[in-house]
Write a protein that binds this ligand. Structure first.
Ligand SMILES: Nc1ncnc2c1ncn2[C@@H]1O[C@H](COP(=O)(O)OP(=O)(O)OP(=O)(O)O)[C@@H](O)[C@H]1O
Ligand SMILES: [Mg+2]
Length: 250
């Protein structure tokens, strides 16, 4: 059996505009792939087709050899596909620890009445501490999310997503909005992710991409232009033209 994600011939159009054009893509355990490309290339759309937020117009999607095309978004999360929570889905008036606890309870399917601190779920408390430690958030555990610098809020998002115990992790612009002086905390967090996790990183910050990615996929107008190692991509004239010829907002 093939482990990981196998995508073939994925297509999606909005109105008359093709935003995913016959995409073939694989993601294996331990992969660190980056998806890059100009604004509007279709990167977020591609991520949304993987998570099930959007339905493709054609193509196949398999997870560990199982056809998941008909699984709704929540079922795909249960199957192990997770994309970082958007910042707006954090409970900004709750503490970091409480946010992580909710994500774990969500995964476990526990009702919110277990939310009380003395719920007796010591396993959950231990897991919270491990996640806080993994993302260097111990010192912020009791702070409300809105009090944190933006870079640390992005770490909380990653911790919440990891709390779902995914096998496929999709990070859509993990460093967006994070000041350059803080972007290393995002890079460090990505480098410390579990080794066997499959990670797809969508990102405009090329410093981050070239630091963490082992393979880079370039998407242009909904189609894959090329895929290669960071060295191959850096030396690819078409990619260089693309990046010299276009200005990027992020
Ligand atoms: N729900 C939608 N309805 C109609 N058009 C959409 C929708 N979502 C995205 N698009 C269009 O599809 C194209 C691809 O958008 P997408 O957000 O996937 O690009 P992206 O590569 O993630 O860009 P960015 O780098 O700016 O995040 C764009 O032209 C966008 O305007
Ligand atoms: Mg996008």
């Amino acid at each position: 059996m093939t482990s990981g994600l196998d995508i073939t011939g994925l297509c999606k159009s909005f109105g008359g505009i093709i935003v995913a054009n016959n995409i073939d893509f694989t993601l294996r355990p331990g992969d660190r792939k980056a998806l890059i490309g100009p604004n509007g290339a279709g990167k977020t759309t591609f991520a949304n087709l993987i998570t099930g937020f959007l339905a493709p117009s054609a193509g196949t999607l398999h997870l560990d050899g199982r056809n998941i095309i008909n699984l709704k978004e929540a079922k795909r999360v249960k199957a192990g596909i997770a994309k970082t929570f958007q910042i707006t889905t954090l409970f900004k008036r709750m503490s970091v620890r409480e946010n992580i606890r909710l994500a774990i309870l969500e995964r476990e399917g526990k009702s919110f009445r277990w939310f009380a601190k003395d719920n007796g779920y010591s396993d959950i408390e231990e897991e919270i501490e491990q996640l806080l430690e993994q993302f260097s958030l111990q010192s912020s555990a009791a702070d409300e999310v809105h009090e944190l610098a933006y870079g640390r809020q992005r770490l909380v998002e990653m911790a919440l997503t990891l709390a779902l115990k995914p096998r496929i992790l999709i990070l859509d612009e993990p460093s967006a909005g994070v000041p350059a002086s803080d972007s290393h905390i995002i890079t460090d967090a990505i480098e410390r992710l579990p080794e066997d996790l499959s990670v797809l990183i969508i990102e405009h910050d090329m410093n981050l991409v070239f630091k963490v990615a082992r393979k880079i996929v370039v998407l242009v107008n909904g189609a894959i232009l090329t895929e290669g190692t960071p060295g191959e991509i850096a030396g690819n004239q078409q990619v260089r033209d693309l990046y010299l010829g276009a200005r990027h907002e992020h």
